[in-house]
Design a protein around this ligand. Sequence first.
Ligand code: KG4
Ligand code: ZN
Length: 332
Amino acid sequence: EKDITILAIETSCDETAASVVRNGYEVLSNVVNSQIESHKRFGGVVPEVASRHHVENITMVIEEALVEAHMTWDDIEAVAVTEGPGLIGALLVGINAAKALALAHSKPLIPVHHIAGHVYANHIEERLTFPMLALVISGGHTELVLMKDHMAFEVIGETRDDAVGEAYDKVARTIDLPYPGGPHVDRLAASGEDVLEFPRPIMDDYDFSFSGLKSAVINKLHNLNQKGISYNKEDVAASFQASVIDVLTTQTFKALKDYDIKQLLICGGVAANRGIRARMETMCDSNDVKLLIPPLNLCTDNAAMIGAAAYYQYIAGKLGTMDLNGRSNIDL
Ligand code: KG4
Ligand code: ZN
């Protein structure tokens, strides 16, 4: 069979990324230019700053991806790009670059959903098989996705307010940890104890809600401060994380049981969390569920995952046209 080599571009948030992927899983190059340092002083991603960085870097990042992969345009079959969801200005930089290149080199264009990318990150290390349930947890997303075939996504649960990573970052901020706070909370949690009794917001269906938990943390600390009662950051981190873990595992295992699924994929930046991984591993073991977690560099935003998903979309013939537009909100 003929090889299908795709150039993929991802600019939905604060990473300018390009990758060359062959046949859906062979990563020939994976260039990621992170803007975290530029957003740190603002305590979060500033959309205008993100767009400007993408514009400055996109050409170089794409060029690097081709050079690293030892590919010329003759070897490239199609150009894939993240269509959404994401920051609109940021998305448009990648989309316009993809359209210009597709037009100039007469290649088909493949618009890819960002969450499909996060799921297909796993396909690079270990080929996806179905049925499976994916728990997508990142700074922008918290979703339970049921998959019975390639590129067939059924979102059975999602956050009604904040994403998990967002909650981590906000809680981190209240205890003066730098952005992005998730990894810091994770680190502190390891030496703290779950003593602050935060709520476990568990929805009746498979949805999530983290804004109440975030507010509970803020209110509790405010009350303790007012009463002059001291607490340590480790315990705040451990108590918050214990609540998050209880909520994520409860909803996930309820869904696995109800749908009788024996494979769980956890992806997105928060999949790096040691506490979440440890509890999920234990629970998967005792429930006879196979646990899949992509390597950490593929869990955070990158273009290789977009190139992997794009392959299946390409062979299904789902291509884009020159009027492709960025969509900040788009269903999976
Ligand atoms: O997937 P990602 O790189 O970007 C989005 O698409 O959102 O995820 C970034 C998010 C941030 O909120 C960051 O704080 C969180 O993932 N994160 C973590 C950990 N590492 C990254 N959250 C909790 N524990 C971690 N170890
Ligand atoms: Zn992402």
